[in-house]
Design a protein around this ligand. Structure first.
Ligand code: SF4
Length: 99
C-alpha cells in the first residue's frame, strides 16, 4: 500500500484507515515514517525552504486541540485573550524590522 502510494496512487479512505489502525505496530510505524521521508525526497529532494511571511494572530483562543498553534489557549484559561491593537502593532513592527 505504501509503495503504491509512493508511486502516485491516491490513498483511499479505507486504506488510510488501515494505516492509522496499524500505527501502534512499531514495524508498520517505521515503514510509514520511511515512506513519508521518501515521499519528501521524491517531491522536494533535500531542499529546505523558509517562508519570510509573518503570521499575526488576533487571538490565542482556540477551542480545538490539534496543538498546531503552540500559543493556543483554551477559552476560560487565564492566558486566553484577544490581542490589543498595540500588541498587533508591535508584532507588525517586529516583522518590518526583520524584513
Ligand atoms: S491550534 Fe489547531 S485548531 Fe487551534 S487555531 Fe491552531 S491550527 Fe487551528
Amino acid at each position: 500500500m505504501l509503495a503504491r502510494t509512493l508511486d502516485g496512487e491516491p490513498l483511499d479512505r479505507v486504506s488510510a484507515g488501515k494505516l492509522v489502525a496499524s500505527l501502534p505496530d512499531p514495524n508498520i510505524f517505521e515503514q510509514i515514517l520511511e515512506a513519508a521521508a521518501e515521499s519528501k525526497r521524491r517531491g522536494k529532494g533535500d531542499i529546505v525552504t523558509v517562508s519570510k511571511n509573518i503570521f499575526i494572530p488576533l487571538t490565542n483562543l482556540c477551542r480545538d486541540r490539534c496543538s498546531y498553534c503552540t500559543f493556543a489557549k483554551q477559552p476560560g484559561t487565564p492566558d486566553a485573550h484577544n490581542y490589543e491593537l498595540d500588541e498587533v502593532a508591535e508584532a507588525v513592527c517586529g516583522g518590518v524590522k526583520t524584513g
